[in-house]
Design a protein around this ligand. Sequence first.
Ligand SMILES: Nc1ncnc2c1ncn2[C@@H]1O[C@H](COP(=O)(O)OP(=O)(O)OP(=O)(O)O)[C@@H](O)[C@H]1O
Length: 246
Amino acid sequence: MKKILSRVRRAVDDYHMIADGDRIAVGVSGGKDSLTLLCALAGLRRFYPNKFELAAVSLDMGYPGVSFDGVKQLCESLDVEYVVRKTDIAEVVFQVRQETNPCSLCAKMRRGGVNDLAVELGCNKVALGHHNEDVLETFFLSLFYEGRLNCFSPVTYLSRRDIHVIRPMVYVPEGEIKGYARRQALPIVHNPCPMDGHSRRQDMKEFISQKTKEDKFFKTKIMHAISTGLPSWIRENAKNREGEEQ
Ligand SMILES: Nc1ncnc2c1ncn2[C@@H]1O[C@H](COP(=O)(O)OP(=O)(O)OP(=O)(O)O)[C@@H](O)[C@H]1O
């Protein structure tokens, strides 16, 4: 956790993610990324100069047989308030709307649900578990499929709900998260999503992995391009920037 924590702290500092008195809702899907984020922020809370509170929120997507009991126990051991909300997102996406691109609607509904829950719990920030490879994959998805230089930002202000979305793990490589989740035996919630592993994102994962085999500095170079080239990632600009997401 030391390595992950130091990368999280660097991102939090670089992008002024946490201010004194913040109350932060961590979006916990039950996957390795958001569980690791929860542990990292609970660790940071102990020594970070700006004092902040944490809550954890999970949206139950409505798949049968999914249990968040292990996450509940983890939250108790970390002394973090935890709320699970039942939703019918899976049914809406796959049965009612029969979406051809279900991932985009699903992500939109999840983001909206997590943000609403955060506001209900009196939080002024929402933390999401996007890691370094998520940044790169999203960048290439935009480039290859939309013809745009774009990626989510480390910090986004949602004016409609008056909350900030922060992504403290943007510097953390997925491999470190996998290792941590395995060593700590984090209570991973099985994701029964039928799209898992079949999305365009998976293609980008494979593309990046191939490029990294050819050039071990590939990811570093692309991260450099993102953090010095995309307006919302340039640190001086990022400080007080206002963005808009769903
Ligand atoms: N059902 C959910 N409830 C609460 N937060 C969620 C939920 N789904 C996603 N999130 C939040 O949004 C982030 C990005 O979602 P995404 O589906 O890309 O997750 P992921 O990359 O598979 O990460 P994880 O390993 O945490 O599932 C997650 O890391 C988490 O913080």
